[in-house]
Design a binder for this molecule. Structure first.
Ligand SMILES: C[S@@+](CC[C@H](N)C(=O)[O-])C[C@H]1O[C@@H](n2cnc3c(N)ncnc32)[C@H](O)[C@@H]1O
Length: 524
């Protein structure tokens, strides 16, 4: 049987990649003037779909869409197929197949996704990925291809070279991982206390890799193929397959201004968008891209008209500063769930963010949110700020470009409440039970699960109220001391300490699941 042994041996952790969701791609395309497919009814192809961690949640939440995944590693493909079958997903096909052998009669597709595949495969597969995009993308389709890029990856490539040398005599993936960990420890010891600027990048990378997942360390640093490219070389190849650049999913990186005033001057006189992007990569030392491609004949409109934002609804999960000055024009820092900080100044924007936070994960049409915020300002005697609509739209666009807020075309609504007998979606329970350590939120974000969270989520079938859940959790923690230890419970701790731990964690976890939309009814 054909397979990829290294991935069978050390499976890739397959989870939801927010930027690849059809809704996210459709919105970005429409902002850029393309009549993209309706995400509710679209056709999606994923190349290198691993065990379906990205495609399965999409297919589950978009039951009228059609989804096809292609994966060569047999064990990964099988895992995905059995989860899809257990969930009864009739709109998803996960093929155990080489990308090179894909049957083209399966197309066309509105969205083609290849995350973490292109620069990790041999030349013939790279070429085929872009050929498939060129041939199977529908006329208004968008392809998403992520890959390691130069010049930034050269810095990491230095460590990859050292690790490959240290592993050269180890033959099995497990032994290679062991050798790699050995070198990382030697490097950490040897560089301890080193303050030379020329070793800074290496020291950071070693530190990161020492606690990284085995699958990341192996497939990024120890796989036979990892061939990063210059963006301009990637685009030249894409153009040969009839494709053109649309945008980067991290939209803010396309604006030189985000690098400071000098960057704009440095790009002066460069011809064409591809070259501008290439030189931005030089300035950024960019190591990774998530590029969106369209058919060459598509004519996107790269001048974004802020009025187009009104076509969408907004959602956001931003944490405000401790005492937000919501009715004053004052720069304040809001925090994303990933811990990044984003500056917000306009009262209209601040009130909209408060409204969105209360509704999350649900979205609010921009026109409704603007109207409600303006009324609040007027009622507070700050009517003059209510008129600053243009400033607010510009700020909302910047937040969107920095991935601080989301825009959606969908009207789906989810519960964000914890009911008396909480019931998680079948998808959330199945993903938690599969033991992969993460589930997809309804906004297609990956939510990490520690063993206790996975245990609780697996059992949320709506048959037990919170008192019964509390009891079951107490029993589980008594039976499995390792679970409690993971939460800081000392061995032999008193019954009261155990109860306090259970109470704090039960309500924390249920609130977390509710905010991720996991306690909603299943989609019909
Ligand atoms: C780094 S993983 C990324 C997986 C997934 N897209 C993700 O991001 O979670 C690369 C995947 O591509 C698959 N792959 C590599 N070469 C392939 C080929 N020729 N045909 C199909 N799948 C392939 C691997 O087995 C692996 O699952």
């Amino acid at each position: 049987m054909k397979t990829l042994e290294s991935y069978d041996c050390i499976p890739y952790e397959s989870y939801a990649i927010t930027e690849t969701h059809p809704d996210a791609l459709a919105v970005l395309g429409r902002l850029l003037g393309i009549e993209t497919a309706d995400p509710e009814h679209c056709r999606v192809l994923e190349l290198g779909s691993a065990s379906g961690g990205n495609l399965i949640p999409m297919a589950y939440h978009l039951p009228r869409g059609t989804f096809v995944g292609v994966e060569l590693a047999a064990a990964q493909a099988r895992r995905g197929q059995s989860l899809a079958a257990a969930l009864g997903l009739t709109n998803l096909t996960l093929l155990h197949q080489d990308i090179r052998e894909l049957d083209e009669s399966l197309g066309p597709f509105d969205f083609i996704l290849a995350h973490g595949v292109y620069s990790w495969v041999p030349e013939s597969v790279k070429e085929r990925i872009l050929q498939i995009c060129g041939r199977l993308l529908s006329s208004r389709g968008i392809a998403y291809v992520s890959y390691n890029t130069l010049p930034g990856w050269r810095q990491r490539g230095m460590l990859r070279d050292m690790l490959l040398l240290h592993c050269r005599e180890a033959t099995t993936p497990g032994a290679r991982l062991e050798r790699a960990r050995d070198l990382l420890e030697r490097l950490a010891t040897g560089l301890n206390g080193d303050t030379r600027p020329e070793t800074l990048a290496l020291r950071r990378e070693v530190e990161y890799l020492r606690s990284a997942r085995a699958s990341y360390l192996y497939h990024e640093y120890l796989e036979e193929t990892n061939s990063p490219e210059l963006f301009s070389d990637f685009m030249a190849r894409a153009q040969r397959h009839g494709l053109a650049f649309l945008a980067e999913t991290k939209l803010h990186t396309m604006f030189a201004s985000t690098l400071g005033p000098g960057a704009e001057a440095a790009l002066a006189g460069l011809d064409g968008q591809v070259m501008r992007e290439q030189y931005l990569d030089f300035l950024r030392l960019r190591a990774f891209r998530q590029t969106l491609l369209v058919r060459a004949e598509t004519r996107p409109c790269l001048e974004i008209d802020l009025e187009r934002l009104e076509d969408f609804a907004l959602y956001a999960d931003l944490e405000p500063p401790s005492r937000p000055q919501s009715t004053r024009v004052k720069p304040e820092d809001y925090r994303t769930p990933d811990g990044a900080s984003l500056r917000v100044e306009q009262p209209l924007t601040k009130l909209i963010l408060a409204h969105l936070s209360a509704c999350y994960p649900n979205a609010v049409p921009l026109t409704t949110a603007l109207h409600a915020a303006a009324e609040q300002l007027t009622a507070a005697g700050r009517g003059r700020f209510a008129a600053a609509r243009e400033d607010c739209l510009a700020e909302l666009f910047n937040l969107y470009a920095s991935q601080g807020i989301g825009l959606t075309m969908r009207t789906a609504h989810w519960s964000n409440q914890v009911e008396s007998s909480p019931r998680a979606t079948r998808l959330a329970r199945a993903q938690a039970a599969a033991g992969e350590g993460h589930v997809a939120s309804v906004r297609h974000r990956s939510l990490g699960l520690d063993p206790l969270a996975a245990w609780l989520l697996t059992g949320l079938d709506g048959t037990r109220d919170q008192a019964a859940l509390r009891q079951a959790l107490m029993a589980e923690l008594s039976a499995e001391p390792a679970l409690g230890a993971g939460l800081g419970l000392a061995p032999g701790a008193s019954e009261r300490a155990l109860e306090a731990l259970v109470d704090a964690n039960l309500s924390r976890l249920l609130a977390l699941f509710a905010r991720a939309g996991l306690l909603s009814p299943d989609p019909v």
